[in-house]
Design a protein around this ligand. Structure first.
Ligand code: MG
Length: 392
C-alpha cells in the first residue's frame, strides 16, 4: 500500500504587514477574496488532490473561514486552534494527524501549484523529506553598506515542507530552540532534500501583493477547477454540433472573430457556428437541452445578435446550477478559408466568454478534402465537446 499523506495548513498567523482597512481594522490576509475564494480555500482545494487528510491550524479570527473551506472537499478536514508561534501550530497539527507523510504549508502561499506539492510529497516518500526551493536570482546587497552578498548556492525556501511524520515528530521532541521544520529536521537527520519550487508559490505578505495574487489565483492553471483534483465536483461532459450554410453577402464570424472571406454564414443571429456548438455542448453537459429551446430563430430579439451574447446567457444558466467550465474542445470543418491565423484569437475570445484560461480551450480546423457539403463550400460544420464541474 502507498504511503498516506496529510496536509497541515497554517492559517493562524497574524497579518502584521497587511495594514488596516478603511475603518482602521487590521486586515487578515486569510480572509481576503482572491477570485471568489479565500487563501485558505485555495489551499484546501489544492491539497485535497494530494492529501488523504487535512488539518487547518486556525486562529479565532480565521476559524469560520477554515470551517467554510473544509466543506469544499470530500477528504476529511479537521480545524484546530493554532498556537501563538508557528511551531506550536505545526506540532499541534502533526499530532492531530495519523498519516505517513506530512505536508506543512503556509496558507499565505495560496497560489501553490500542484506540481510543486507533488514533487515535495514524492521526495518525502522516497527520502524522508522534500522542501520546495527556488534559486536566488536577484543581486543581493546589504542594506547597511551596499556591499554585494555572494548569492552562489543560495536558495529561498518555500512550502509545503514535507516529511516522514514519525521521524519529524521525533525530531520535534529533541528540538532545542526551533525555527522551522527544515531546521528541526536538519538537527536530527542532516539537510532536507530540496525540490523545485516555483515563483508563483510566493507568500501573500503585504497589501500591495493582493492584486498580484488575485491574478495568480484567477489564472485557470492555478484556479479552482483544475487544481482541486475535481474532488468536490461531479464532472459532466456534453457534445454540440452546428452547421450553417455559406452564402454571399454575409460576414463570416467564428468564435466571435470576424474572418475575411468572400462568403459568410447564413442564420438568424450572426450564425457563429463555433459558438453555437460550444453553447450546445455546455448546455448538454448540464442536461439543459439545446440552444433552440432558449433562443428561437423566430424571435426578432435575436436577429443579427452576436452569439457571444447568447453564450453569456448560457453561462448564467450554468452559474445558476453552480457549475463551472473545466474545458472545451472543438473542430471546425471548413474547406475554406484558412483558419489557422485566427485560431488563437478565437480561443482567447471563447476563453474570456466562458471564464477559463486559454489553455482550457482547444480548437482545430480541418479541411474535408473537397468532400461533402463542407468540401463543396456549401456550409461550415462545427463539433464541440465541453466538460463542466458541478459543485457538490
Ligand atoms: Mg446555429
Amino acid at each position: 500500500m502507498g504511503k498516506t499523506v496529510c496536509a497541515v495548513l497554517l492559517a493562524a498567523g497574524g497579518s502584521t504587514r497587511m495594514g488596516a482597512d478603511e475603518n482602521g481594522r487590521p486586515i487578515n490576509k486569510m480572509l481576503i477574496d482572491l477570485c471568489g475564494r479565500t487563501p485558505i480555500e485555495h489551499c484546501v482545494l489544492r491539497f485535497s488532490a494530494f492529501a488523504d487528510e487535512i488539518v487547518i491550524a486556525a486562529s479565532r479570527s480565521t476559524e469560520q473561514a477554515a470551517l467554510k473551506a473544509a466543506k469544499l472537499v470530500s477528504v476529511p478536514v479537521k480545524v484546530i486552534m493554532g498556537g501563538s508561534l508557528r511551531q506550536d501550530s505545526v506540532l499541534n497539527g502533526i499530532r492531530n494527524t495519523g498519516c505517513d507523510i506530512v505536508a506543512i504549508h503556509d496558507c499565505a502561499r495560496c497560489a501553490v501549484g500542484g506540481d510543486v506539492i507533488l514533487r515535495a510529497i514524492e521526495s518525502a516518500k522516497l527520502f524522508g523529506s522534500g522542501v520546495p526551493a527556488v534559486k536566488v536570482t536577484d543581486t543581493l546587497r546589504r542594506e547597511s553598506d551596499g556591499e554585494t552578498v555572494d548569492r552562489t548556492g543560495l536558495v529561498r525556501m518555500q512550502t509545503p515542507q514535507c516529511f516522514d511524520r514519525e521521524r519529524l515528530l521525533k525530531a520535534y521532541e529533541n528540538a532545542p530552540e526551533v525555527t522551522d521544520d527544515a531546521a528541526i529536521w536538519r538537527n536530527e537527520y542532516g539537510p532536507v532534500r530540496l525540490t523545485r519550487g516555483s515563483i508563483e508559490n510566493e507568500k501573500l505578505t503585504e497589501a500591495e501583493d493582493v492584486e498580484f495574487f488575485r491574478k495568480l489565483c484567477c489564472n485557470t492553471d492555478n484556479g479552482p477547477a483544475i487544481e482541486r483534483g475535481y474532488d468536490n465536483m461531479r464532472l459532466r461532459i456534453g457534445i454540440g454540433e452546428d452547421t450553417h450554410r455559406l452564402t454571399e453577402g454575409r460576414d463570416l464570424i467564428l468564435g466571435g472573430v470576424k474572418i475575411p472571406f468572400r462568403l459568410g454564414l447564413l442564420g438568424h443571429s450572426d450564425a457563429d457556428a463555433l459558438v453555437h456548438a460550444i453553447m450546445d455542448a455546455l448546455l448538454g453537459a448540464a442536461a439543459l437541452g439545446d440552444i433552440g429551446r432558449y433562443f428561437s430563430d423566430k424571435d426578432p430579439r435575436y436577429e443579427g445578435i452576436s452569439s457571444l451574447i447568447l453564450l453569456e446567457r448560457v453561462m448564467e444558466m450554468l452559474k445558476d446550477k453552480d457549475a463551472e467550465v473545466v474545458n472545451v474542445d472543438a473542430v471546425i470543418t471548413a474547406q475554406e478559408p484558412k483558419l489557422a491565423p485566427f485560431i488563437d484569437k478565437m480561443r482567447k475570445t471563447i476563453a474570456d466568454a466562458i471564464g477559463v484560461g486559454i489553455d482550457s480551450v482547444g480548437l482545430k480546423a480541418t479541411t474535408p478534402e473537397h468532400l461533402g457539403p463542407e468540401g463543396n463550400l456549401e456550409c461550415i460544420t462545427v463539433r464541440a465537446v465541453a466538460c463542466i464541474g458541478l459543485n457538490r
